[in-house]
Design a protein around this ligand. Structure first.
Ligand code: HEC
Length: 128
């Protein structure tokens, strides 16, 4: 009896460990993918519609920057996102970080379409 139990235990432990590992791997992947699937603001669809703060930029800054740059967050000291004026008054630094160096958003990326719309918005002098 005892021997049987010990043998079963020995063969089952690695199986449980393997299952736990597989579960952890799958779980961490799906979490990462979920983070990447955060809905990104869609640039205005109709051709000829110009990019504005309200139809594009606001949502982009909220989803891509607010996590670190809103009041009380880790990078608020370097730049605090707080509405349109916090962007217009830091235009040069933001353009540099996002469009030139592409160092922001830290740990993330903007799609080509997002970069294009953002560039257009800055070029048009950040209309509301
Ligand atoms: C994961 C956190 C994080 C996210 C997301 C993030 N930032 Fe930052 N940002 C930082 C940190 C940390 C610094 C300071 C260190 C540095 O400059 O690399 C910083 C610095 C900056 C600076 C100052 C650069 C300078 O040298 O003057 C600007 C402007 C900026 N970020 C804009 C943005 C914008 C715009 C977005 C969204 C498109 C964004 N950041 C997204 C963490 C973040």
């Amino acid at each position: 009896m005892q021997i049987k139990f010990k043998t079963a235990w020995r063969t089952q432990v690695p199986v449980y460990l393997a299952l736990t590992l597989i579960y952890l791997l799958l779980f961490s992947c799906s979490k990462r993918q979920a983070a990447e699937m955060v809905p990104t603001p869609a640039p205005p669809e109709e051709p000829g519609t110009s990019v504005t703060y309200n139809n594009f930029a606001k949502a982009l800054f909220q989803t891509k920057c607010a996590g670190c740059h809103s009041a009380g967050r880790g990078a608020a000291a370097v730049w605090t996102l707080n509405g349109l004026s916090s962007i217009t008054s830091n235009k040069t630094r933001i353009q540099q970080a996002v469009l030139v160096n592409k160092s922001m958003p830290m740990g993330g990326t903007l799609s080509a379409a997002e970069l294009k719309s953002l560039q257009e918005w800055f070029d048009n002098n950040m209309p509301e």
